[in-house]
Design a protein around this ligand. Sequence first.
Ligand code: ADP
Ligand code: MG
Ligand code: MG
Length: 882
Amino acid sequence: MSNKFVYLFEEGNASMKALLGGKGANLAEMTNIGLPVPPGFTISTDACRAYYENNKSITPEIIDQITKDFKSIEEKTNKKFGDKVNPLLVSVRSGAMFSMPGMMDTILNLGLNDETVIAIGEKTDNMRFAYDSYRRFIQMFSDVVLEIPKFRFENVLDKYKEKFGYENDTQLTVDDLKDIVKDFKAIVKKESGRDFPQVPNEQLMEAVNAVFRSWNNARAIAYRNLYDIPHNLGTAVNVQSMVFGNMGDDSGTGVAFTRNPATGEKKLYGEFLMNAQGEDVVAGIRTPKSIEELQDIMPEVFEQFSVITNNLENHYKDMQDIEFTIEQGKLYILQTRNGKRTINASLRVAVEMVEEGLLTQDEAILRIDPKQLDQLLHPTFDGETMKMAVPIATGLPASPGAATGKVYFTAEDAVKAASTGEKVVLVRKETSPEDIEGMNVAQGILTSRGGMTSHAAVVARGMGKCCVAGCEMVKVDEDSKIFAVGDIKINEGDFISLDGSTGKVYPGSIKTVEPTLSGDFAKLMSWADDRRILGVRTNADTPRDAETSLSFGAEGIGLCRTEHMFFDEERIPVVREMILSETLTKRNKALNKLLPMQKKDFKGLFKVMKGFPVTIRLLDPPLHEFLPTDEKDIIALAEEMEMNVSELKEVINSLHEFNPMLGHRGCRLAVTYPEIAQMQTRAIIEAALEVEDEEKTTIIPEIMIPLVGIKSELDYVKEIVVQTAEKIMEEKGKRTDYLVGTMIEVPRAALTADEIASNADFFSFGTNDLTQMTFGFSRDDAGKFISEYREKEVLTDDPFQSIDVDGVGKLVEMAVKLGKSVKPNMKMGVCGEHGGDPKSVEFFNKVGLQYVSCSPYRVPIARLSAAQAVLKNNGTPGSDQR
Ligand code: ADP
Ligand code: MG
Ligand code: MG
């Protein structure tokens, strides 16, 4: 820490945000490029940290520096603090590195007291203005420093307005204002037990103190927790000479964006008020005028403002959000920052700025937050209706989008209701594969359990459907068909609305708006595609999903989960028959029935994917997932299978597992039931041969063996696959190339990846399971504690959302190295949910994978993230990239 704590605006610049805060750094930058910024200085974030180290008091050294710079403002303005003839007034403005609502509000007109107010009034020949400023100052100072609630003062104002029948506070007369000041001072005395401070220097030091103190108020801490802002940054304080927008009808104040923040249109967009100060514009006291009207009222000022805003945009090369004040016809700029905007505006601004020559394509690509692309592909809530909505609960934002519908608690009920044309929301404790149909017809899905990779979350993302998962506050009673959040009860058939992008649950119905894709989107994505090295594939199980993903730019299927095809109404009985067969002959009979169905599925996928690679995973989940749990269903199945009920129950019981995720699944199934792997291989190879013939394309199916941890597991299952494939090709007298690879999703596989590589054509990292097994966190139960882990900062990120670089990432990196030491050109990709997470994509780019695979609706996010990963590495990918 240097011993300089206070910087004149002339001494700073835009790059000093950590030290001067965002507001201070930009005030300095604007001063130095010659804009009309009232003179001032910034007390740095170092000073804030020193304040906390010094028992929450401002050190004498810092006070000295403040005093010195204060003199400099006095000289520049030719005014003196506390002077009885020509007093200087200042604003005290907080400003941290990241803009943080919840921090201290700005104090304006500091330096006013019973004497300077008269001086100001005489000097400007406007006593009304002087007392208007004084009452504002008392109000703001009392709120911020003395912590007296604002409404106490607002009540007084309202009382006066009512008494005299005024509509606007501009109608208050000087005598009214004098009385108001008296009343305000009485409130201060009563609430704080002291007189309103009259010595300007004391006012200043108390204000600076209050800003530093506010860094650690509850609101600010909560905000930092929410947005992952470190708590030790501290805030800066800006002290700036006042200019006055409330000096009469030739004065005013306002805010403007250099482009429209909703649409991105290149046109000044903003509002202002004449004869007003500070936050009057946003406070809604009077209705502000649109910025264009300034052209009529003050054409010269408008012209000057247009030039300045244009220059600022060119200077920062980004859309600016600018605060200004006009004092008696003279324009001052009080703040600029990069403007917040919708994703549509982001894209339009970025693309148009490239066309205008303001940005390079690289810069434009880096401007877009990939996660925001989600908003483009899903419905969103109508902004107006949303303003009134109050959420009743918050869960995990598992799959983005907005949904409104009537609540149903079982897939069956949801399907029934949807078939009559109702819009439904499926609410369950957690979903299972049996719920697929219900999920499919629902607008959105709400679960009270499970994390970001729970069944509901993964399937909903795949469907591009809104889902709020792991919403622990919601108590679901599936039997009584009711859910409760505290005292609020929601019954079957009641409307609720879900925001899958925030995890919020709202009562009642909220209007939704369908998304549209603009030409700007396509343009930006094509620039991204030119730069990225990582391929982007999708996780798709059906031709429909595959088609969606192609339209979003997918270049292959990285994961087809064959079991999802088993839940179809027609197939599930056959699947059950297969599982329940006690003899190989019986099982083969059932498998023979499944064969043509699977073959048809694969043909469908191969056709849609038109020669793009398709990775098909052999059966993965534990078998009991396919069996019924309801008494009623069990009885029906027993009848169908011609078994007696108790016999069937015994079989079901025998399939019960204590830890199914660590149980009889993945390649373990193929080792015990080779005939299942044989059937699936046959379906894949026959489908490939037929599509090659029918479509005259080359298909190279990639057969993937899940959950391998031991090389001999891979050897065993691969042998089955290869023998089957060779036999079929011999039968048919036709050949196709095919690959047999493995998932790396068990830590042991990562640790022994060199051995495993020697018998694998490719690796696909299943980072969901790898995360689950590396942490020992059950992915279906982790929702319960991960949010609390994050609140308590035991974890900063949910490792199921963003890859844990230090642990799971290390395993990935190691497996890549080990694998390449045996087969330098081996194809490696990722098929976990992390493939659609920007931070994780950056990591996968760095370790030199060839592709990521994610759910269809995340494909654009992955494409953009992959390009950004390259650009962030200065164009050089990971050292051992292909
Ligand atoms: P916020 O961070 O909430 O935007 P600011 O510090 O920007 O707070 O202050 C809010 C408003 O107060 C500004 O937009 C401006 O209108 C007014 N203001 C701040 N400093 C001055 C000043 N020196 N002269 C005149 N008005 C000021
Ligand atoms: Mg501001
Ligand atoms: Mg897995």
